[in-house]
Design a protein around this ligand. Structure first.
Ligand SMILES: Cc1cc2nc3c(=O)[nH]c(=O)nc-3n(C[C@H](O)[C@H](O)[C@H](O)COP(=O)(O)OP(=O)(O)OC[C@H]3O[C@@H](n4cnc5c(N)ncnc54)[C@H](O)[C@@H]3O)c2cc1C
Length: 370
């Protein structure tokens, strides 16, 4: 249940890997490190295929409009998200998702599979429902995992939830025999996405009045890129710091209370930590007020961690030109972990896996054990 913290980088991937490697042999913790690297892999893949996010969002917008016109679909959708399908396991996971903001990976796979293949609902609506309620809701892991369950991500390979598997792994709590569609073709393949070059990491300009902008994709300002005036003490390093509230942008529909609460508290926590570091108040801004903040502090440059495809990329896409219009540069820095890992994530996970040992500073044995 570390995922909400890792997703928002309250804890970073190298920290998690180093912590387990400090206590266990590489062979013993290889599987866990591999799980952590699935996140890195999905992000790296989406960074190179941003069309997958754009197509998902277009499909979602069309489906939300259709819900207004298609009463039968709207009722089946409502029954699913309100946990009223009559399939006890699905209804329990639907309730748990909303109440706790978390589902175990296996339950996510079962829920998504039943959504697509038994309930026959469009996957984009299910992905949106997850993204709004999961405290770890993440454009890359969520969208691409839903595509994977449907058989779109790995062509022709889909995940079919089986009643016997559910009965076994829930210790008999559920036994949906006869209730699930266990034979179904994968969703029809969609057009391949164009692979795009990764955005090159930029270097902040030196010796210019700079502000640090912290986003929900990276709430670890303690290990943020060094300030351009880092020769000074931490309190003088940044002329000003701000956290960007972007919590409501991932979907046109409202976020779940648990997920929204987690994100608000996480932003607040990052602001308090950054404030303690610089001994200065940290501003709370949204996309509309960033420019006012930067101008009021006479900034010449705003430094922000790489805007990942999804919510943050979209926001920075509008903030960048707005700052530029006032002669303020928006510079996106990148963590070493991302810069090293993402280029290997253009294809399948197994090709990516061969680089995990190098990524975490271990040898090839780590890749083989994984
Ligand atoms: C349909 C579906 C939707 C999903 N949506 C999301 C999402 O929005 N956000 C999200 O963070 N994860 C998502 N996942 C991936 C995975 O289910 C969660 O990361 C995991 O369940 C988190 O629980 P944990 O921290 O207990 O994981 P653990 O099993 O303890 O794993 C440790 C860490 O490894 C990472 N991790 C493990 N499995 C995966 C995986 N398959 N993909 C990516 N990272 C992984 C997480 O950071 C996790 O905290 C989704 C999976 C499916 C099948």
């Amino acid at each position: 249940m570390l995922s909400p913290w890792i997703r928002h980088r309250l804890v970073t991937e190298p920290e998690v890997a180093a912590a387990v490697l400090a206590r266990h042999s590489p062979a013993a913790c290889a599987k866990f490190v591999q799980e952590v690297c699935w996140r890195t892999y999905w992000i790296g893949w989406l960074e190179q295929h941003p069309g997958a996010w754009a197509r998902y969002r277009e499909g979602l917008d069309r489906l939300l409009e259709r819900l207004d016109r298609d009463a039968a679909l709207a009722e089946r959708y409502r029954a699913a998200v309100e946990g009223r399908t009559g399939i006890a396991c699905f209804d329990a996971w639907a309730a748990a998702l909303v109440e706790t903001g978390y589902l175990h990976n296996h339950a996510r796979m079962w829920t998504a599979s039943i959504w697509i293949f038994t309930l026959g609902l469009p996957w984009e609506l299910g992905a949106d429902w997850f993204l709004r309620h999961l405290a770890d809701g993440d454009p890359a892991s969520n969208t691409l995992s839903w595509r994977w369950v449907g058989g779109l991500q790995t062509r022709g390979k889909h995940y079919l939830a089986r009643a016997a598997n559910i009965a076994e792994y829930t210790g008999g709590r559920f036994d949906p025999r006869g209730e699930l569609v266990e034979q179904a073709a994968p969703l029809p393949a969609d057009a391949p996405f164009v692979r795009e070059a990764l955005l090159a990491p930029a270097r902040p300009l030196q010796q210019v009045r700079s502000g640090l902008l912290v986003t929900l994709d990276d709430l670890h300002p303690e290990s943020a890129c060094a300030s351009p005036s880092s020769r000074s003490s931490p309190s003088e390093a940044w002329a000003s710091c701000a956290v960007l509230d972007a919590s409501e942008v991932a979907s046109p529909l409202p976020a779940g209370a648990v997920a929204a609460g987690f994100r608000a508290a996480a932003l607040e926590d990052a602001a308090l930590r950054q404030s303690a570091l610089t001994q200065d108040a940290v501003a709370r801004v949204d996309a509309a007020s960033v420019v006012d903040w930067a101008r009021a502090r006479s900034l010449r440059q705003v430094v922000v961690s790489h805007g990942r495809v999804g919510t943050t990329r979209a926001l920075l896409g509008s903030i960048g030109p707005a700052l530029d219009a006032h002669g303020i540069a928006l510079v996106q820095w990148q963590r070493r972990w991302d810069a090293v890992a993402w280029p290997h994530a253009a294809r399948g996970f197994f090709a990516f896996r061969d680089h995990i040992g190098a990524l975490v500073g271990e040898g090839e044995a780590m890749n083989r054990s994984a």
